[in-house]
Unconditional design. Structure first.
Length: 431
């Protein structure tokens, strides 16, 4: 057990260190995110040291279970296809520009409009894609308007990582924990809509209070030019596929289809439709290549490596000790707080792999849903909490926005901790 804890602790420490000091590892032409490189290195070390058995790892990854990590990865990646495809066509930039245009000269109106638009889009698409799309646009507009970007950047980031709670497909952490514990789509919504609403309203109120003086100043630049979508017909095709996918996912348990089959089938259908459309117009399907190229492929080795880390902890009895400790207290509070802070130690994806097993051992829905809430809101405390936070902070550095880790923690903690307590309190009324 001691060797397992040492290797796991070293892996986590190197991952956190890499986020701030070694964001990218380059070996010749090969390039990989530092966090992913050290996760893979840690998994290899655990296997080499005998802390995780190859048989247990293979059974866990390649097993016939409907909640295996490979199937969950397929579900998440195929859902991501729709968001990236729509983004490549300029759909999200169009919505962002319309939002900014409607705000006129009022920063307050812009703040609330942006928060609502990001919240709605996050519910039905992906929090990661929304953050990556809106962030550069907000930075560019703020420079042009001569206004401080931080109120809008935090409104975007916190809205995306709060409202992603409400549907199973809003975050890969939701997908993993909910699928692992076989939570139904409508069952999930029935428990999560109220905690999400409570957290969302609290985060909006606190954010407004934090930035109210800045938001009182008017916007002095000319009106924003609406960014058109590149091809309306393909946007329509993408939105239809996304809508059908969400509909079928919601009734998957009634029609006897696993969710990963639905999302994969609709993603393939989207590609086929685009290929046919391009062929009829005698054009190359460049949009498909750009979509595939932007897919978060690093998530595959990263998630599989963290799965090996959790297997090693489980095989050496560490998970039993953690589960017993968390089960001693009220599950909504103990699992909610533990998952929230754990996400900022090991990132919310490996945290979800770990807490899915812990929640299963606890044997209560409260533990499962509280872990999901913590995995989403934990991303708002520090940039380490989620991959979206790492990428968001990197964009701000490239855009030369005055921002540092202390700003993130000060604002993030002021909003995320009250939002977490509000969500946990509301969850306690339902479970």
């Amino acid at each position: 057990m001691a060797l397992t804890l040492i290797l796991c602790g070293l892996t986590v420490a190197l991952m956190i260190f890499s986020v701030f000091y070694i964001p990218v590892i380059r070996i010749g032409r090969f390039q990989m995110g530092g966090y992913c490189f050290f996760a893979v290195l840690g998994a290899i070390a655990l296997l080499a040291a005998g802390c995780a058995s190859p048989t247990g790892v293979l059974e866990g990854i390649l097993g016939a279970s409907s909640v295996g990590p490979l199937k969950i990865l397929v579900l998440f990646l195929s859902m991501t296809v729709f968001s990236i495809f729509l983004d490549e066509l300029g759909f999200f930039r169009y919505l962002a520009s319309v939002t900014l245009r409607r705000a006129g000269t009022s920063q307050k109106r812009l703040f609330f409009l942006l928060y609502v638009v990001v919240a709605v889009l996050t519910v039905f698409t992906s929090n990661d894609i929304i953050i990556l799309t809106f962030t550069p646009f907000i930075c560019a507009f703020s420079r042009r308007a001569g206004i401080r970007p931080l109120p809008y950047l935090f409104a975007e980031f916190l809205a995306a990582n709060t409202w992603s709670i409400v549907l199973m497909i809003g975050n890969p952490t939701n997908i993993y924990i909910a699928s692992f514990l076989e939570l139904g789509f409508f069952e999930y919504i029935g428990y999560m809509w109220a905690p999400t609403l409570a957290a969302g309203l609290v985060s909006l109120l606190i954010l407004y209070l934090l930035f109210r003086r800045t938001l009182a100043e008017p916007i002095t630049c000319d009106s924003v030019e609406v960014q058109p979508v590149s091809e309306r017909s393909l946007v329509t095709v993408g939105l239809i596929h996304l809508g059908i996918c969400i509909l079928l996912l919601s009734i998957s348990s009634y029609i006897g289809l696993e969710m990963w089959w639905i999302s994969l089938g609709l993603a393939i259908s989207l590609f086929i439709c685009v290929l046919i459309y391009r062929r009829t117009r005698r054009e190359r399907p460049v949009i498909l290549w750009r979509t595939v190229k932007r897919m978060p492929w690093e998530l595959v080795p990263f998630m599989l490596s963290m799965f090996i880390l959790v297997i090693s902890l489980n095989e050496n009895g560490v998970c039993d000790y953690i589960a017993a400790f968390l089960s001693a207290g009220p599950h909504p509070l103990s699992f909610g707080l533990a998952s929230f802070f754990s996400a900022n130690l090991i990132n919310n994806i490996p945290m979800s792999v770990l807490f899915a097993g812990l929640a299963e051992q606890a044997g209560t829905m409260a533990a499962a849903y509280a872990s999901i809430i913590g995995s989403n809101l934990g991303a708002c405390l520090t940039p380490v909490g989620a991959l979206a936070g790492i990428m968001w902070a990197d964009i701000l550095r490239r855009e030369r926005v005055a921002f540092d880790l202390r700003d993130f923690i000060r604002i993030g903690s002021s909003v995320s901790i009250p939002s977490l307590l509000a969500a946990i309190g509301m969850l306690s009324l339902f479970v």
